[in-house]
Design a protein around this ligand. Structure first.
Ligand SMILES: *Cc1c(COP(=O)(O)O)cnc(C)c1O
Length: 452
């Protein structure tokens, strides 16, 4: 299997090269050259546990990695999860299932992809006999999940920039209390946008980038999408025959990576009924799916911060498939969005997608209501997915974070503060962070002295 760019301007590459590059050289996103048809194999898949299913699924995509090695790598990636099912599926009521995706080391769904990606990076370093320095800016979850995916891997150092004082204390501890000498948590004075601007400057400095073999952490890596398709398949296989036909997957959505993974699986012949894209007040995707218009807006901070986005970075893959895999049309539309900030769809998969929008003022009420009805505690992101649940049919709600990551919101809603042993343990560990100004020269100098 080879990987092509959504913009058609880069030669096809092998899986490992697409993973190592992240973004395609022509600025597009990598997609598999073709999607396999899994429909004849679903019965055989039904008996496999999570790591086995993941290996069998990825074998079709990671064709340049020997199968025994891939299996071993997948096994290691999910060994640190605190539930044997990896992604347990619970029944809240006969109609409502919850797919818990937060049993990895940082208690959010990004671990599922980033634990695997960390091992893929480390393998690539070993094969090429090179080291890499991974650099990213975060406003919370991604940084922590990336650090925990990469730490302790030989030949890899990681530098994460975050706005000082603007990530939650728990998130900061997840990044800065690892005790790993190759993990560098940089508390940048300034906003997330300023940290991101510095990062761009550093990546634009070709000499510096090559000398330090810099690699970016972001949500567009094709390995992340494929790793996420697996939990949709694992959950779908565990539904009753009736619900396999009728259940809709409800997905708390920001960058569109999570729901895209499910949609691509549907394109591989898994007959999933549909997806509901659940947004918070930052509702660019809800507006798209209700009006057909994709219009870039202003971000406003919410109680579900990991969904606070204004440009969904995985949207380009959705465009690619929606425009009949025609890279010329993708280039034209991306150009139009860049220039005008808006694009009107003529046609997209309307049978498959519905959407909802949840106001901040509704989040605590939903948490309270679900707790009262089912004794189950939702985190603020997952709460957004319960908007409008009363009148929808059978569903599988993706729970993207543990409520223990958001103790203040939960306490305000139900008077209980959820805890988790992993987070409690962090409180007694020394915090090692580096306060630094939002200045490219200062951060360049820091990286230069600590790079591997
Ligand atoms: C990242 C994140 C999301 C959004 O996922 P996308 O793939 O960006 O759509 C939702 N919930 C939580 C808790 C997250 O960390």
């Amino acid at each position: 299997m080879r990987y092509v760019s959504t913009r058609g301007g880069s030669p096809p590459v092998a899986f490992s090269d697409a993973v190592a590059a992240g973004l395609a050289p022509d600025g597009g996103l990598f997609v598999p050259e073709s999607l396999p048809d899994l429909s004849a194999e679903l019965e055989g898949f039904a008996r496999l546990d999570y790591p086995e299913l993941c290996s069998r699924f990825l074998e079709r995509f990671a064709t340049d990695i020997p199968q025994p090695e891939l299996r071993e790598l997948v096994g290691r990636s999910y060994a640190a999860f605190d539930r044997p099912e990896i992604a347990p599926l619970l029944e809240l009521s006969p109609e409502v299932h919850v797919l818990e995706l937060f049993h990895g080391p940082t208690l959010a769904f990004k671990d599922i992809a980033l634990q695997l990606l960390g091992n893929l990076y480390a393998r690539q370093c070993a094969v090429r006999k090179e080291t890499i320095n991974v650099l990213g800016a975060t406003s919370g979850d991604t940084g922590a999940a990336a650090i925990h995916g990469l730490m302790g891997r030989p030949g890899v150092a990681i530098f994460i920039l975050y706005p000082d004082g603007r990530v939650s204390p728990l998130q900061e501890r997840q990044m800065a209390c690892t005790g790993d000498p190759n993990v560098h948590a940089l508390a940048v004075s300034g906003s997330f946008d300023q940290a991101q601007a510095v990062l761009k400057q550093l990546f634009a400095d070709g000499d510096f980038r090559r000398r330090n073999r810099l690699s970016a952490v972001n949500s567009i890596n094709i390995a992340r999408i494929l790793a996420q398709s697996v939990y949709y398949l694992h959950a779908w296989l565990r539904l009753s025959p009736e619900h396999r036909r009728s259940a809709v997957f409800v997905v708390p959505t920001g960058n569109f990576g999570n729901v895209l993974a499910g949609w691509m699986l549907q394109k591989m012949g898994v007959p999933i009924r549909g997806f509901r894209v659940a947004t918070n007040r930052n509702d660019i995707l809800h507006r798209l799916f209700t009006t057909g218009e994709y219009r870039v807006g202003e971000v406003s901070p919410s109680l579900a911060p990991s969904m606070d986005i204004q440009v969904a970075s995985n949207f380009e893959r959705f465009l690619y498939y929606s425009l009949g895999r025609d890279p010329d049309r993708v280039r034209a539309v991306m150009g139009e969005i860049g220039a005008k900030g808006v694009y009107r769809f003529q046609d997209f998969d309307r049978d498959t997608f519905t959407s909802s929008r949840c106001e901040d003022t509704e989040i605590q009420g939903i948490i309270r209501q679900v707790h009262r009805a089912h004794g189950y505690i939702l985190d603020p992101h997952t709460a957004c997915a319960f908007k409008g649940m009363d009148y929808s049919g059978p569903s599988v709600v993706l729970a993207t974070a543990s409520p223990a990551k958001f103790p203040e919101v939960i306490r305000a809603a139900i008077g209980i503060e959820p805890t988790h042993p992993t987070l409690e343990a962090l409180k007694s560990k020394p915090l090692v962070r580096h306060k630094i100004v939002a200045d490219a020269a200062a951060i360049r100098a820091f990286i230069e002295t600590r790079a591997v």
